[in-house]
Design a protein around this ligand. Structure first.
Ligand code: 3PY
Ligand code: MG
Length: 251
């Protein structure tokens, strides 16, 4: 965690994974695998707040930056995980510029946003800070705020969404996007829309991210200009275990 994710993204492509299982040990294990960061998936993972807190601490013990995918952009969701000390958030299903502004409002301290201030949280070192003004300024500068574009509406409203200043990464969710458009993931039209979306994001000088489930697709999208590649550990665990069992039983 020498440099925060924002600074690193200016210089390099980052590879992360969702952690969908609700256990500090799994976050600890995943943080030792070599990913540049992990994302605790509390959109689909079944997690309570204490577990998320454990998972954040486990990742940071390994000096692995950690974001939380929140269920939505309400302050109760975003304030809590940022107070726990997560480096940032990923918010799904952002359809309009107004949706994106709501996320910023919840994630930033005043005057830029409406994040509530407390000096007894882990994020504020339990109050052991010397300069409160400096603390708030630095927190606003460093928090990593990312949103998901994964519906037909988001693609339609992309130009306005990209006008919203302060979003650190625009993440394409191919599964929901395909479902929203009524297309199979593998449809050529999906490929075209994804490329066009990455092109528009990068043409604005902004950072594009995308979800992949294999290395070939990861390389394709970095070739298009995506700077943040996210996968999920489950597929590789499944593949590895199945292959082991197949080979072990054949010998
Ligand atoms: C999607 O593909 O819809 C995602 O949200 C990826 O995580
Ligand atoms: Mg999705």
């Amino acid at each position: 965690m020498e440099k925060n994710l924002k600074k690193r993204l200016k210089e390099e492509t980052l590879y992360g994974t969702f952690v969908p299982f609700a256990l500090g040990d799994v976050a600890d294990y995943t943080s030792r695998l070599g990913f540049d960061f992990i994302i605790i998936d509390n959109e689909h993972g079944i997690m309570n707040q204490e577990t998320i807190f454990d998972m954040i601490r486990a990742a940071q013990c390994q000096r692995t930056p950690v974001l939380v995918r929140c269920t939505n952009s309400t302050p109760d969701m975003i304030h809590k995980v940022l107070d726990m000390g997560a480096e940032g958030i990923l918010v799904p299903v952002i359809n309009t510029a107004e949706d994106a502004r709501e996320v910023l409002k919840s994630a930033l301290y005043p005057p830029m946003g409406e994040r509530g201030i407390a000096y007894f949280t882990r994020a504020s070192s339990y109050g052991m800070i010397e300069d409160k003004t400096e603390f708030l300024k630095k927190a606003n500068e460093e928090v990593f705020i990312s949103i998901q574009l994964e519906t037909g509406a988001a693609i339609e409203n992309l130009d306005e969404i990209l006008e919203v200043e302060g979003i650190d990464m625009f993440f394409i969710g191919p599964n929901d996007l395909a479902a929203s458009l009524g297309l199979p993931n593998s449809h050529p039209e999906m490929g075209r829309i994804i490329k066009e979306t990455i092109d528009k994001i990068t043409a604005k000088g902004k950072t594009a991210g995308i979800f992949v489930t294999d290395d070939e697709t990861a390389r394709k999208y970095t070739g298009y200009g995506a700077k943040l590649i996210l996968t999920s550990i489950t597929k590789y665990l499944t593949q590895g275990v199945k292959e082991y069992l197949r080979k072990a039983k054949n010998s």
